[in-house]
Design a protein around this ligand. Sequence first.
Ligand code: PHE
Ligand code: FE
Length: 296
Amino acid sequence: MNTTPQRVEHQLTDKGYVPVYTTAVVEQPWSSYSSDDHAVWAQLFERQQKVLVGRASDEFLTAQRAMHMTPDRIPKFDDLNRTLRAHTGWELIGVEGLLPELTFFDHLANRRFPVTWWIRKPEQIDYLSEPDLFHDLFGHVPLLMNPVFADYMQAYGKGGVKAHGIDPDALVHLTRLYWYTVEFGLIKQADGLRIYGSGIVSSKSESIYSLESNAPNRIGFDLERVMRTRYRIDTFQKTYFVIDSFEQLMRATEPDFTPIYQRLREHDSIPAGDVLASDAVFNRGTGEGWLTDGDV
Ligand code: PHE
Ligand code: FE
């Protein structure tokens, strides 16, 4: 997730020190990566490759093969960019971390995907609270090779620029859509449910939990239902939404959202773990292990 600004620097102005978000595009300092950095990449890459067999969607695995990332060393953005540009016209840009929303949307709208240049430390292998290079590169980048998903990401960026000009509620609703698709989406394949969301794909424990645990809900994708649903940023999701295909996602998000944002303003949000009578339920979660507060 790259939409909430967190990483800030302070600048002295006539009002004293004020925070400014780090938005600069940075060259990937590839020769500065330590052997620890490359080893963290290798360890995570090899571990996830095994976990994703039979769990990641065929689209993800196909796109990943076409991307030619290897475990032996951290990929160079320049190399990946040659492949990406040739296939779908996307390019990666290096960034320090999370970006202000409008900056993030503008990059996506222009088919630029911001990738955090630094990788987590060995003691953070299993969890860290902000996106790093492994999450961004391993989790997000492969699907930019899929033509339909590549278009969805750009459309989302354009939609974000538009929503930013409407009001904060519109942004909240749009962000939930990103969360439950790009970050934590499941997809239905002929042989069962699979993962495509990058937050899941880049996490060993959530790859297993999202598909195999009885605790979370797995519910069929419905645009307005998703946009009303709150989510978790500190634990596994209580609910995962299942799409039939990327084409379904494209079609559902094609209409102008302006009247949808207006309609959603009249509705309450839905707690992350609720199941509605109108839901298409794949799994009704047992709720085991859920925290009772903290839905965002
Ligand atoms: N169709 C949406 C709008 O008009 C834009 C959008 C596309 C949003 C794809 C999300 C995903 O605002
Ligand atoms: Fe992310």
